[in-house]
Design a protein around this ligand. Structure first.
Ligand SMILES: [Zn+2]
Length: 85
């Protein structure tokens, strides 16, 4: 798998560290906590994940990809992804 880092360009996946589901960045307001905790896991299909370019620039990235086919749809900086919703 290759990840296209916004700063470094396309790099091998081995340079990146997977940190978890990007849904953790989008914690909803009070009242939706139950759905947040129990409904966020969707192990197939299109998924947003949090990665860090450990072997490169150290950026925190939101990688949107298909976890079944490993196709990557987008790579954005965490701050960018937050503001884009
Ligand atoms: Zn990088």
């Amino acid at each position: 798998m290759r990840i296209d880092c916004p700063f470094c360009g396309p790099r091998m996946g081995e340079e990146f560290v997977y940190l978890g589901d990007a849904a953790m960045l989008e914690r909803p307001e009070d009242g939706a906590t139950v759905d947040y905790v129990f409904l966020r896991d969707n192990p197939t299909g299109r998924h947003r994940e949090l990665w860090r370019h450990e072997g490169g620039c150290g950026s925190w990235l939101v990688v949107e990809r298909n976890v079944s086919t490993h196709e990557i749809y987008s790579v954005r900086l965490v701050d960018e992804a937050r503001h884009a919703g």
